[in-house]
Each structure stands twice: as C-alpha cells, then as structure tokens.
Ligand binder design. Structure first.
Ligand SMILES: *Cc1c(COP(=O)(O)O)cnc(C)c1O
Length: 377
C-alpha cells in the first residue's frame, strides 16, 4: 500500500489520520446493510483485534475513556478503592478511575521510559489499593514484568491503559493482554482511528461478560427487555467499525512509516547535544505513535517552528499540576512532588509524526530545527 504524496505547500501538522477512499468503501458496506448501529461489522472489528493482539476477548466500547471505566467497573472497583495511576499520562487515565467512584493514587514515572515507576508504587500500597494502571505511553510499553510481579506481590488487579499503544509488544506479547483488562483507543490522533472508539481486551470470560453487560444496558444480548444487571449504553457503531477495519488494513504501512520517521529524526538530529531521543526499552517492540525529544527549551523551539509553519506538541502536563485537581479530594498524591514528571514535561517536545509526513516535509522540519540551534550558538 502506498501513501499519497501531498504536493501542495501546507502547514506541517504534528499528527493527522490517513483517511481516504478505502474508508469510504468499507462504509458503503454499512450503508448497503442498513445496520449503522453496532452489528456484524463491529464483531468483525473485534475479531480482527483478537487476531492482532492475541487477547481472548475484544469488546468494542464507544471510546477509550469509557472502556477504562467499563474495565474498572467489571472488576468491581468503586468507592473506597484506590487505583495506582502514573502521574505522567493523558488525564483520561485518572478520570476514568474517578468516574468509577474510586480514588486514583498518583505514582511517579521512570526517567527513561516515562512509564510507571514500580519502586515508587511500592510505597503507595495501602489496605484500600485494589488495582494498578500501567500506561503504555507514546507507543512504548511499561515494564510489564515488573508491573505484573508488583501486582502479584500485593494481590492487585491490573488495568492496562494501552490507548496509545496498538501494535506495541513487550517481550513479544501485545500490551493490553498482560493484565486483567487492557484498553486501546481509536481517537483521531491515535495510530489508527475510528473517529472515536475503544476496545477492551481481556482473557477472562467472566470479565468479558460483565464488560459486555455494562455497555449493553445490563443484559447479555440485544433484543430483550429483561436486564440481569444495571448497565448503561457505551455501544460502538458499525460506522466506526467500518472505518476501523479500513484502518487496520493500513496499519502495517502506518507503523512502518512511523518507524522510518522516528529513525530519521533520531539519525539526523543525533549530533545536537541538546536534543535527546526518548529511550526505548530493548524488551519492547514499540510503535512510534509520536516521535518526541527532550531538550532544554521546548517552548522557544516550538514557537520558532510555529513561525516556520511546523506544528509541534508539548508532552503531557503532570496530573499533580492539573488545575482541575487542585484541592481535589477525589484523587491522592497531588500535594507530593514529582521531579521526574515535571522534568519530562519541562523538556519534552513531540515533532510532526504523522504517517502522511513526506520525506521532503521531514527534511524541512529537520533543517529548521538545525537552524534554530545554529542561530543560538
Ligand atoms: C487517548 C487516550 C485515552 C482516552 O481514549 P479516548 O478514546 O480518547 O477516550 C486514555 N489514555 C491515554 C493514555 C490516551 O492517550
């Protein structure tokens, strides 16, 4: 499959999805079937996800945040329970815990991988701790051998937030399939997209059944008005599934293009002493969702690049600094200091990383970054 070359001069975006006629062709199947709601194409999308990940069950949920919520609720996690969450992540991780009525407990991340620091997590365990939520950030894996050993020592459940990590493996096993549940997201900026969408992965039949009930108004099947439990409506649609199936067919191309983009940035910016690529754990088979670097002054660099029509992104803002969590009783740890999270935020920048970035555009981005540093000498 070949990626279309963009000829017109345009602003270089940090990330954009690759959407074309192939999504339209899959959508035509939905229109022809007249089933726009969750139906056979959603089952096909789930089955393809089972095949991709090796997880036993894949349950489509309307978005990743609610898939995390469903996973937590299916595990019986709620009021009075604590869930250890990395302090450096997208805020949906901790907010899903709050939505479930439980308390997120913030944990520092590792300086190298930006993922959960298990040594730090050891100090956070209390009688109330029920689960740990490793987040596989920016397309690499948390250290799942350490996380699983930690969870085992304390009898904790493991909810993997693999929203950014479709295609990522740790020691050959797809992330999201280590813990009790794992979640993938298909938001528009993720490696592949359905517009909105999430998949809950689990190897446990009972959890799969509980999760399905929760998203299907508390019943095991559609078409009945007898409800075994209290559930809600977090359904998928076959419109999303159609787009997701088309995207899955492109995934190998997207992933290899993102690797090329990452490798080229690293190779051609390596000699800049201030520009450090993100460490990749050798046990991890990453997907370079975003290519990010650490540097001394990302804000000034970002402003300079913006002036050259190049869009970049800062990294995630640490949770303990979020305005919405100031004096918030629904979360624990906001008063602590998290030097690593703060340092990663202070120094991090994500470069244009879309699979549609052309070699010429990438040359231009690299040239402008080099110019920025040359001017500052
Ligand atoms: C995108 C993302 C989510 C949320 O997924 P949505 O599908 O957007 O709800 C959760 N956690 C992380 C780490 C994410 O990047």
């Amino acid at each position: 499959m070949t990626i279309p070359i963009q000829n017109e001069k345009r602003r270089i975006v940090q990330i954009e999805p690759w959407i074309d006629k192939s999504e339209l062709r899959e959508l035509e199947r939905v229109i022809d079937s007249t089933f726009v709601v969750e139906h056979e194409l959603t089952r096909e999308f789930e089955q393809r996800t089972v095949e991709l990940t090796g997880g036993k069950h894949a349950i489509a949920v309307c978005n990743g945040t609610l898939a995390l919520f469903v996973g937590l609720k299916a595990l019986g996690i709620g009021p009075d329970d604590e869930v250890i969450v990395p302090n450096f992540t997208f805020i949906a991780s901790s907010n899903a815990v709050i939505l479930a009525g439980a308390t997120p407990v913030l944990c520092e991340v590792r300086e190298d991988s930006f993922c959960l620091d298990v040594t730090w997590a050891e100090r956070l365990v209390t009688r109330k701790t029920k689960a740990v939520m490793p987040v596989h950030l920016y397309g690499q894996s948390a250290d799942m051998s350490e996380v699983m050993a930690f969870a085992g020592r304390h009898g904790l459940r493991v909810v993997e937030d693999a929203a950014e990590a479709i295609g990522v493996s740790f020691e050959g096993k797809h992330v999201g399939t280590f813990g009790d549940v794992g979640v993938l997201s298909y938001y528009g900026n993720k490696t592949i997209t359905c517009g909105e969408g999430g998949i809950l992965l689990t190897n446990d039949d009972a959890l799969a059944k509980a999760a399905y009930r929760l998203k299907n108004y508390g019943r095991d099947h559609k078409g009945t008005f007898v409800h075994e439990s209290i559930g809600f409506n977090f359904s998928f649609t076959d419109l999303q599934a159609a787009i997701g199936i088309a995207q899955m067919k492109k995934m190998r191309t997207i992933v290899s293009k993102k690797r090329e983009i990452h490798d080229r940035y690293v190779a051609e910016l390596r000699d800049l002493s201030d520009f450090r690529p993100v460490y990749i754990d050798p046990r991890c088979q990453p997907v370079f969702w975003f290519t990010s670097f650490l540097c001394e002054d990302p804000a000034t660099l970002a402003a300079f690049l913006q002036g050259q029509h190049i869009e970049t992104r800062r990294l995630f803002y640490p949770l303990h600094l979020q305005p919405c969590y100031a004096h918030c009783k629904a979360i624990r740890g906001v008063d602590c200091t998290f030097p690593v999270s703060e340092e990663i935020y202070r120094r991090g920048i994500s470069l244009p990383s879309s699979c549609l970035l052309t070699p010429d555009e990438q040359s231009y981005v690299i040239e402008q970054i080099r110019r920025f540093y040359a001017d500052r000498r």
